[in-house]
Design a protein around this ligand. Structure first.
Ligand code: PMV
Length: 328
């Protein structure tokens, strides 16, 4: 019965078009603002969890590294699964990303979503997608969105217990063919992680309150653009939300400068491409990578445009991805 406490799952990364930055409660990882994202088919995490009665601590092995004691955020996450299932064993986590970890390509989103699905199944739980989203959120805010494919809306929620802070799918991947092309600038781990950055922004950015207050309108506009399948509108909103978030980051003390030179050069290149008639819109997260939203027919034009930017080291093109799912 060695397999009894073992399960594997794959979850796909997602990139927010309407951004999340700031927490209304840090312990439950409740977002201060809702968000809207696109799940990506070509960037994913595969995670296997094995609960083992002989282990005295949780272990984790990332990619091809040797297993080490799992950092607190993973053990605390597994504690939630142990509480829900009543099963007390420590676990061995083995996780592989098919893309660089912690460099602004949303590895925490796909990683914690895959962990939520694998760990609950290994512990004998069958959670609904919404329950999985609520669980994944406690590992990483953006992970709540990676439970679902296509375009996904994350609710900020109002409740203190976080039961209304979950994501839901608003447009499946096959209902609107959207593409994203990523220009990789630097794959080293970022210096300031999102939790610390969000804490600093809330404490010191002078327009943090207006960021939070204006977010519901941005989210509603995004939802309407998706409903109407209005690509131009969605793209404009995405670029605005990205720049607004980075404005907030820049105005934080100490200032959070996630962009590098090639990131800025690529923003200008995409705007120039758009001025020539190719509809493409950029977004950037807590790292230097640039992600460009576009329609399938413009794949080549966008890739060529990014490739021509000095300092873009790699291009990854992807379309919309599916729901997180178990692996055999
Ligand atoms: O879920 P976290 O803690 O990795 O935060 C994600 C924050 C951004 O990627 C910058 C924006 C977002 O909505 O994904």
């Amino acid at each position: 019965m060695a397999d009894q406490f073992t399960a594997s799952a794959r979850a796909y990364s997602n990139i927010a078009l309407i951004k999340y930055w700031g927490k209304r409660d840090e312990s439950l990882n409740l977002p201060a603002v809702g968000s809207l994202s696109l799940t990506l088919s070509d960037l994913y995490s595969d995670t296997r969890v094995r609960f083992d009665p002989d282990l005295t601590e949780d272990l984790i092995a990332l990619d091809d590294e040797a297993a080490t004691a799992a950092p607190g955020k993973f053990s605390r996450f597994l504690d939630l699964v142990r509480q829900q299932s009543g099963m007390a064993h420590r676990a061995h986590i083995h996780s592989h990303n098919n893309f660089p970890t912690a460099a602004g390509l949303a590895s925490s989103a796909s990683g914690f979503a895959a962990l939520a699905l694998a760990a609950t199944r290994a512990a004998g739980l069958e959670l609904s997608p919404r329950e999985l989203s609520i669980l994944a959120r406690q590992g990483s805010g953006s992970a709540a969105r990676s439970i679902f494919g296509g375009l996904v809306l994350m609710h900020r929620g109002e409740r203190e217990d976080g039961q209304d802070a979950y994501a839901e799918p608003i447009c499946p991947s096959n209902a609107w063919p959207l593409h994203m092309t990523i220009g990789v600038v630097d794959t080293r781990r970022k210096r300031t992680g999102s939790t610390q950055g969000m804490r600093d922004s809330a404490a010191s950015a002078p327009f943090y309150t207006s960021w939070v207050e204006s977010s519901a309108a941005d989210l509603e506009a995004g939802r309407q653009a998706v409903k109407a399948r209005d690509f131009t509108r969605l793209g404009e909103l995405a670029e605005h939300s990205c720049l607004k978030m980075h404005g907030l980051m820049l105005a934080t003390r100490p200032g959070l400068i996630y962009w590098q030179g090639p990131t800025v050069a690529a923003m200008h290149a995409i705007r120039a491409l758009r001025a020539q008639g190719t509809e493409a819109y950029f977004t950037i997260d807590a790292g230097p990578q640039i992600k460009v939203l576009h329609q399938p027919a413009d794949q080549q034009a966008v890739a060529d445009c990014l490739r021509a930017v000095d300092g873009i080291r790699e291009i990854r093109a992807t379309d919309a991805g599916p729901d997180a799912h178990p692996l055999p």
